[in-house]
Ligand binder design. Structure first.
Ligand code: ARE
Length: 577
């Protein structure tokens, strides 16, 4: 048994309350090392000799990644503080006791060798998430390229490849006029990339946070869009670009004008005066990446933080939006986000706060900062599995399980699972325009727990390489749209909504058969059973023993085999679609 891989901390990553009196306790063990793991618990303040108050509980390997088995158990507790240790048996029958970061051959009998978990504290730290959002489907809109209410020639609208500065006159009214398309797709949430005043097409360099860019419309248009969405049982999320502003933002302009005499010098990270703003020269202030037109805000300055918080609160109050997606969120401090969360939740209790991070982001996801994150580990895994074909099905499972094994359980239904965004090439493009691969990736995205986010146009088979080419004008012309793709997306979203077992069921069976390129999952919820099979490689694969099951994707009885890059969702034959 590899002791170095055995890991548990009595903190909220490994020991947390899901509700009052109900706790999850986790232990990491090297993959395949343990035959049996038992958790021993007792009220910390009782004498050890009170044997009848001790509890033993077998822990299950809840998830495995390539290296680690994550053991979990849920226990009911009613104590002020819990003490506990683990008993781990390996396949050779050797037993070790693990407590307070030490390993012992004999059962632990002294208090200082046990872990401690203060129950009330963990209960106060409980993760509270806006339940309306759980497992819902998001539609991402890049407003300047989605839909317009103005005159734009077909030639301009459908130009490709598209330059970063091409103005297609997209607008909020355009979205309103095309709302039926979104509603008929079956999605639940609209996420709009930035809409505030800015001189770029993408609007990530904000000039005025209190004004909607005139080319997009005005506050009344946004109110109308939110009303329309709410009326249809849908929600609206905006993009909060608070890491940096544009150079036209009033505070930065003031610095440019008054230099070191400006009252706003501390709003940014200015390194030297006079400010250098020459193309090709390093600016004398910190920026987002190397973008001189995006000076980085100093949110450690309370005045700046107040300003940003007032902005974010203003749009919730004014337009009743339902959430903020937070741009470059991992480059802003935890202390700011903790305050941001408290202030936003005070304005609207169930506002959804989602950070943008391209990596694992556990330290922002402990219940007191964001509600969720853009799930780039999911994106990377799908691309590696289907596009690059460098990951095996079990390797893919391992990547998803790493995230699950390290995050609070409650988050699973909230992670934004996407296969592309406005910052990446379209999935279809990366997959060499192979529609079968996109359909397969979409099935993984839309049939697994989480919040699937569809990038506008994927549902009609839009193409496009990396930014800016992935931001072409939406294909509204029905002849240009891939109608079978649209029907496929609609069907998958309908299946997701119709079968809660997909998102709420327990994972009864799950394995990857790498030689066949198969990923198999079986979920159960009360009487409902569902099987998901993803065939991620070339050739045909036979799956005997599934006669009498119905494939919800083809809407036919399951044929017993899957073609190249094909997914199946099976329910027992009697189920009606
Ligand atoms: C522009 C050009 C691009 C060019 C880029 C180079 O359009 O073609 O590659 O400049 O700097 C906005 C616009 C972009 C624009 C950018 C800068 O939408 O079109 O790009 O401003 O002017 C990192 C950050 C992540 C960030 C990405 C872009 O961690 O937060 O870079 N994403 C957000 C938004 C963007 C937005 C901005 C931030 C700025 O979603 O749309 O860009 O407000 C690795 C790293 C990641 C890194 C990623 C991409 O995987 O792990 O951390 O993301 O590469 O660089």
């Amino acid at each position: 048994m590899e002791y170095a891989a055995i890991r548990h901390y009595a903190d909220k990553r490994y020991c947390y309350a899901t509700e009052k009196g109900h706790f999850v306790i986790r232990l990491e063990v090297k993959k395949g090392d343990a035959l049996k793991v038992i958790l021993h618990t007792q009220n910390k303040y009782l004498p050890l000799a009170y044997m009848d108050t001790r509890q033993e509980c077998v822990m299950e390997p809840a998830y495995s990644d390539d290296y680690i088995d994550y053991y979990e158990t849920e226990v009911d507790l009613d104590v002020v503080c819990l003490r506990y240790f683990f008993e781990i048996e390996d396949w050779a029958g050797k037993v070790v006791y693990y407590g307070n970061h030490g390993f012992y051959d004999q059962c632990i009998t002294s208090i200082d060798r046990m872990f401690d978990c203060p129950q009330t504290l963990r209960e106060e730290e409980r993760f509270e998430l806006p339940s309306w959002a759980e497992n819902k489907v998001i539609y991402q809109i890049f407003p300047s390229r989605f839909a317009t209410d103005k005159e734009v020639s077909e030639e301009d609208w459908y130009q490709a490849p598209i330059g970063g500065k091409a103005d297609l006159k997209g607008s909020l009214r355009g979205i309103i006029e095309h709302f039926d398309h979104i509603r008929n797709l079956g999605v639940d949430i609209l996420y709009l990339t930035p809409i505030f005043r800015s001189d770029s097409v993408h609007k990530y360099n904000t000039a005025d946070y209190y004004e909607i860019d005139a080319s997009f419309g005005d506050k009344e248009d946004l109110k109308e869009l939110v009303r329309l969405a709410h009326g249809a049982g849908m929600y609206v999320i905006l993009d909060g670009v608070f890491n940096h502003t544009g150079i036209d933002f009033f505070a930065f302009r003031d610095i440019m004008e008054k230099q070191d005499k400006s009252a706003y010098v501390d709003w940014y990270y200015i390194e030297s005066f006079p400010l250098v703003m020459e193309w090709g020269k390093r600016p004398g202030y910190k920026t987002f990446s190397y973008a001189g037109y995006m000076p980085k805000l100093n949110l450690q300055n309370p005045e700046t933080a107040d300003y940003v918080i007032n902005v974010a609160a203003y749009w919730i109050r004014e337009c009743d939006i339902d959430g903020w997606r937070l741009d470059v969120a991992d480059e802003i401090s935890h202390s700011f986000w903790k305050r941001f969360r408290r202030e936003m939740k005070a304005v609207k209790k169930d506002i959804l706060l989602v950070g943008e991070v391209w990596h694992y982001a556990g330290d922002f996801l402990e219940g007191d900062e964001w509600d969720s994150v853009m799930n780039y580990p999911f994106y990377d895994a799908v691309v590696d599995l289907i596009v690059r074909e460098e990951l095996t099905p079990s390797g893919f499972r391992g990547k998803l399980n790493f995230v699950k094994g390290n995050l609070n359980k409650a988050l699973e239904g909230y992670l934004w699972n996407f296969i592309d965004t406005h910052d990446t090439a379209r999935f279809l493009h990366s997959a060499g325009n192979d529609m079968r691969k996109q359909n397969l990736a979409a099935a993984m995205q839309l049939l697994l727990p989480g919040m699937p986010m569809i990038y506008y146009g994927d549902e009609v088979g839009m193409e496009g390489g990396p930014d800016p080419d992935c931001r072409r004008g939406m294909l509204w012309d029905k002849k240009r749209q891939k109608q079978d793709c649209l029907a496929y997306y609609r069907r998958l979203i309908r299946i997701r909504h119709q079968y809660p077992v997909l998102t709420k069921g327990i994972m009864a069976v799950q394995y990857g058969e790498d030689e066949k390129g198969l990923l198999y999952m079986e979920r159960k919820l009360d009487e409902q059973r569902i099987i998901l099979i993803f065939h991620v490689r070339k050739g045909i694969v036979r799956l005997p023993g599934l006669e009498g099951w119905r494939n919800l994707i083809t809407e036919e009885d399951f044929s017993g085999s899957l073609g190249e890059y094909e997914a199946a969702v099976l329910v027992p034959g009697a189920a009606t679609y």
